[in-house]
Design a protein around this ligand. Sequence first.
Ligand code: HEM
Length: 380
Amino acid sequence: MDEWERWEHRVQTAAHPVVYRLLTAVAARGPVVRVPGVGVVVSDARTAREVLTDPGAFTKTGPGAAAQLWTPVLGARTLITLDGAAHATLRRRLAGLFAPGQVGAVCARALRAPLARATQRLAAGGTVDLVPVVREGAGAVIRELVGLPPDAVADVAGASAVLAGTRLWRTSLTGRQTARARAALAGLSEAAVAAYRSGDGSTVPGRLRGLGLTEAEARGAVGMFLLTGTETLVSFVPRLIALAHDVGRGPDRITDAVVEEALRVTSPTPVMLRSAARDGRLGGVRVRTGDRVVLAGLLCTRSAGPFDPEGTSRTALNRLWFGAGPHFCLGMPLAMAETAAVLRALRPFPHLTVTSRRPSRGVLIPSYAALTVRAAPAGP
Ligand code: HEM
């Protein structure tokens, strides 16, 4: 194994010591395998895309899929807890928040302070843990996006903790987890609801009202963006920097192709869940109504080969790491803009060295708990 692979393996096994090994073993048995007590496991990109783009046959709202997990916390009217026409209408209304101009402005405002602090420290020869920098930045971006006050920081951290505490296999949260999640989101929801009720067009909840969202939908949107838009970046950006370091590239040599390739081999959302809506066959395996279908995204994308930014094997995957079909990641432009902003800030430090790192243990989205870097002086 190369250095980057060794570290990625450690990140995956620290997050999911049992599940990662189980999935890898299952994938070795075939692209689609029925695993008793787990569901029908898919580790082949083409089959995964087939499932994601056929929402009539594989829903997000049936037994064992994501909606069951999140409806008690976020309510039923969010993108991740809806399917079909209701999902499409809500998605159209929310899409305006992610227009390129809007996303760039939000990132510039929200990331300025955490990135300035980090780069000042690096310039002075100090070390910086990139994980809290990205966490603060990603939280601030979501706060800006949904128009929440700066004192919502604690709530953002609480909501992230809820996500981190969920397990891949769970089809529902425990009573305690639901209560914690609701409590973490309560403050945020209150602020969002107040802004929604005032109808103030300068706040996002107010704008969502103008776009035709109900109060419940505006509240759900705030929680959903927090859940989907923070831990994914806290996972990806430090892993991108670490991976580039391990293959001998400083931030100045992290091109768009390196970012795409790093997304492919890290695939931050390791699993996507669906529920079979009717009997049929998938990759030769019989599927019955109500079966849980576990799409092992990471295994699908990793099977295209080792990290190779010059290679073209990722093209056929068509960004499967952001999903496919009607639930394709709505926040992709924001994720790319935030990543680009961090890279822009780090580019003046081509000799960035990872001085220590620690993978997170027992979390839903594999990540580093700490990734400390220092700007080493240029070599002779
Ligand atoms: C590198 C970072 C990210 C990755 C790899 C990622 C990946 C994904 C994937 C795979 C899905 C599809 C899930 C499924 O079909 O079950 C998804 C959906 C979603 N993502 Fe992201 N995401 C990232 C960042 C973000 C950010 C920053 C936001 C901002 C709020 C966001 C918002 C969403 C939303 C709202 C959905 C649900 C869309 C729908 O159901 O229609 N994501 N993401």
